[in-house]
Design a protein around this ligand. Structure first.
Ligand SMILES: *Cc1c(COP(=O)(O)O)cnc(C)c1O
Length: 409
């Protein structure tokens, strides 16, 4: 990837994605599920750029969405309704209604209250809502607490008992069609055992539901496959798929898998330029033009990202020393990398943050009235812009009309 050429052409901070790498990831996972009915529903929230979704759509992916906005993005990017799933703990009535009208594959429900609401809306529309219930199998995924979702202490899903009660109720409702079962125990999972355990628990529930006449067709195993940010050993997709196939042995189910991070994290970089260097006492800071508003993960999760220092003459710069890479935002929490060995830097040097393809741009904000970065996609050695850099006008557009004139006061 020629980051210098891209930075010159499109400016910095800049997100760059390698679509070839996304394709490789997608195909490896798809192949792992070969021999069983399966669908890979890309978790759109990881990177919801329309071109990213469209690229995955063309590879055959469906979409897992957590807002109606994401459902509409998936449709716009060319994903067929029967490949779209709508998940999330807090769906609004208008979102439920729109999802039903779009005739998506199913809604993943996360509470009894939500099921009642979906039933009422389906009744009003004279429809039958295809649903799936998110079961919280209460297993510890051993990941960061903010991205752990499979324990009863988390807000996600319902207990096995509640799920069973909900399925019976749904089966008896003319407006609910319980077609799927769902679990998603956390993100950035690097240990297969909790997934194996959860899949076993949920598959047993499918068997006991079958015994009382509730026929589940979709076994939605969520996402969560971990990636390498530093020195993690990720789960091999082949082992992952084998564990799931084993769990549902003897059942006639379509496996639905909802990877986000796995598909896009390592296929994205945030390209920044050095503005200044400074020392405060013993501490060395390298200030770059990218910040927490561009990439929130370090500030939010204390996340570690690899760093590439790219000046052509870096070998002649002298001895490296430890530095913290920080942005211009007025927050002490505004940092991109800590404890990084860097030679002396100069203004304009390129510093590239690795592993920024997932939960990067999508979490960007306009904090400090900073326009969001441009995004570029590269495929087969050719790169193209897939989102313009915002400008000042974009940022004030929704306020401007309400600006009161002093003269009228
Ligand atoms: C966030 C999320 C995913 C994707 O998680 P990754 O860790 O990015 O794979 C999948 N399913 C649901 C329900 C989610 O909330």
């Amino acid at each position: 990837m020629n980051f210098e050429a891209l930075a010159q052409r499109y400016g910095t901070p800049l997100y760059v994605y390698d679509f070839d790498r996304i394709r490789e990831r997608y195909e490896r996972l798809k192949e792992a599920f070969a021999g069983t009915k399966s669908m890979i529903a890309y978790a759109v929230k990881a990177n919801s750029n329309l071109s990213v979704i469209r690229f995955l759509a063309r590879l055959g992916a469906g979409a897992d969405c957590v807002s109606v906005g994401e459902v509409l993005r998936a449709r716009k990017a060319g994903i067929e309704p029967y490949r779209i799933i709508f998940s999330g703990v807090g769906k609004r009535d208008d979102e439920i209604e729109r999802a039903l009208k779009e005739e998506i594959l199913f809604l993943n429900l996360e509470s009894e209250a939500e099921m009642e609401r979906v039933e009422a809306i389906a009744r009003r529309l004279g429809r039958e809502a295809r649903i799936s219930i998110r079961v919280n199998p209460n297993v510890d995924p051993k990941t960061h607490p903010y991205i752990s979702t499979g324990l009863h202490e988390n807000k996600f899903g319902v207990s096995l008992d509640t799920a069973k009660r909900m399925y019976i109720r749904a089966k008896n409702s003319p407006h609910l069609d319980p077609v799927g079962i769902h679990f998603h125990i956390g993100s950035q999972l690097t240990d297969l055992e909790p997934i194996r355990e959860a899949a076993g628990i949920v598959a047993d529930l499918v068997r006991s539901l079958a015994a009382i006449g509730v026929e589940i067709r979709f076994f939605d195993v969520g996402g969560g496959l971990g990636v390498v940010y530093r020195d993690e050993t990720p789960i091999d997709p082949a082992d992952y798929a084998a564990a799931i196939k084993e769990a549902i042995r003897g059942l006639d189910l379509t496996i639905v898998c909802e990877p986000g991070r796995y598909l896009v994290a390592e296929a994205g970089w945030l390209v920044t330029r050095v503005l200044y260097e400074k020392r405060n006492g013993d501490k060395r800071f390298v200030i770059v033009d990218g910040a927490m508003n561009d990439l929130l993960r370090p500030s939010l999760y204390d996340a570690w990202h690899g760093v590439r220092f790219l000046p052509a003459d870096k070998e002649e710069r002298g001895a490296a020393s430890e530095a913290e890479i920080v942005g211009p935002v007025c927050e002490s929490g505004d940092w991109l990398a800590k404890g990084i060995a860097l030679p002396p830097t100069r203004p304009g040097d390129l510093i590239v943050i690795e592993g920024a393809g997932a939960y990067g741009f999508v979490m960007a904000s306009n904090y400090n009235t900073r326009p969001r970065a441009a995004e570029v996609a590269c495929e087969g050695g050719r790169c193209r812009l897939i989102r313009d850099r915002e400008n000042f006008e974009d940022l004030i557009r929704l306020e401007e009309a309400y600006l009161e004139d002093d003269d009228d006061a």
